[in-house]
Design a protein around this ligand. Sequence first.
Ligand code: KIV
Length: 271
Amino acid sequence: MSVHTQTTKVTTTKVRQMKQAGEKITMLTSYDYTLARLVDEAGIDILLVGDSASNVVCGNQYTLPITVDEMIFLSKGVVRAAQHAMVVVDMPFGSYQISEEDAVRNAVKIMKESGADAVKLEGGADILPIIRHLIAAGIPVCGHLGLTPQSVNQFGGYGLRAKQEDEADKLLKDAKLLDEAGCFAIVLEKIPAALAQKVTKAVSAPTIGIGAGNATDGQVLVLHDMLGLNTGFKPKFLRHFAQLAEDVKGAVGTYITAVQDGSFPNADEQY
Ligand code: KIV
């Protein structure tokens, strides 16, 4: 009996076809089953278990502390929720930079234990041999160029990247290298819109932008940011599509009052 089933799930082939057809690709981060299920049901193409979980879920200042095992724990819930979307998991800082062998071992562990569809790595020419090894091992890889938060200590902050011509030229070269190596998509973070457009035209892999203008093949945002759950963070590129911080605080305030004044639970809410 065959275990292969027909699926309507988004695949690496599908996102490449979307680029060719001029259809925009939608990606949002997700870190848990409940929200991932809602985002999946809403029709998102790609769920990214970003290492931004280090900030959003764990409250760390940087993405650097999160571990492979923590990423796997979060990814399992997202994978269980995803009926339609493809699930991409960030390889955390330190899990792919040491050696090609170590990178393959960690990527295989992430894919096996979480059930995810692909991994994402930050970097260009520097990590090309690593990306080639992962792809040769049958692991779909999403690249990530521009602002790469795992290198925050090297950059000295989260400012706009590739403003100067030399850095822009390097980014374009890196994107071409990632494309030739077989990355199925490339995230472009916080770079000038004109450069993102140039890169998008120059590569066959779909580009997915965050703070990179609207000429990229798709867009990604951190879910909690776009839902307005994190009011303290509002860079220029971010749009709040909801104001959930206010909704959550309002609901919790109403609950506290109802408990304190004895109106919750009422007669219909007890056994
Ligand atoms: O970790 C993350 O959330 C990301 C996105 C910002 C692309 O890498």
